[in-house]
Design a binder for this molecule. Structure first.
Ligand code: AP5
Length: 209
């Protein structure tokens, strides 16, 4: 099964992709995670994209498409994949159609105005990569799951979040129509708790809705 998770910044793509990956045994491929790993390892790609990503803009299509194409050709993707954060514009969606098109696109639908606080209050774990909201953890600096150090993503500042929303509206929003016209878009209500959203995704994937 080949799945794409589509949704605004903070809509819960990473959260749901990891649940889907656990349930169906699909590799979870997050372009955001791949870029952040490149940035922290100071690779050539990481150095090239750091400022772009920290400011909330999109990395260049040529680099992004190449990374995904190569990743999807790995052995662990033979049985499918769950893509989180790719494609993000029409050029990327067209490219994916050319090399490994998805069977279904799960669109996590939630109004942007509900998301700003989710992102500015997010703390991410350096070790297990989990993410948590300050409202629900005792210590803002210690991961409640693994004890690792929590940090604030640079692009979770208020200015960068607003830029990410603007980029989403302009470049990613058109993908809803792109996949709807292909009959592959499955929208779920993202304005629910993570477990409820996941249950709706499972129903959508297994064709019960
Ligand atoms: P990326 O890492 O993909 O960031 P994003 O799309 O902005 O998404 P987030 O990771 O912020 O949020 P999410 O939707 O995964 O939500 P999450 O589950 O974490 O990309 C980062 C950057 O990399 C981009 O801005 C761009 O620069 C670059 N990039 C990446 N892909 C690219 C591409 N294809 N092309 C070009 N550039 C690219 O949840 C958010 C928070 O909400 C968490 O704290 C979580 O605990 C909480 N939460 C989750 N679900 C719920 C729920 N149901 N109720 C309440 N809280 C919830």
């Amino acid at each position: 099964m080949k799945l794409v998770l589509l949704g605004a910044p903070g809509s819960g793509k990473g959260t749901q992709a990891s649940k889907i990956s656990g349930r169906y045994g699909l590799p979870h491929i997050s372009t955001g995670d791949i870029f952040r790993e490149n940035i922290s390892a100071k690779t050539e790609i990481g150095l090239r994209i750091k400022r772009i990503i920290d400011g909330g803009d999109l990395a260049p299509d040529d680099i992004t498409i190449e990374i995904v194409k190569e990743r999807l050709s790995a052995k662990d993707c033979e049985g499918g994949y769950v893509l989180d954060g790719f494609p993000r514009n029409l050029a990327q969606a067209e490219a994916l159609e050319g090399f490994d098109p998805p069977d279904a696109v799960i669109f996590i639908d939630i109004p942007l105005r509900k998301l700003e606080r989710r992102l500015t209050g997010r703390r991410s774990c350096k070790v297990c990569k989990g993410s948590f909201h300050v409202d629900f953890i005792d210590d803002e600096k210690v991961c409640p799951d693994c004890g690792g150090e929590l940090f604030i993503r640079k692009d979770d500042s208020t200015d960068a979040v607003r830029e990410r929303f603007a980029v989403y509206e302009e470049q990613t929003r058109p993908l809803e129509d792109f996949y709807r016209k292909k009959g592959r878009l499955k929208a779920v209500n993202g304005d629910n708790g993570a477990e409820e959203v996941f249950a709706e995704i499972v129903r959508a994937i297994e064709g019960e809705k």
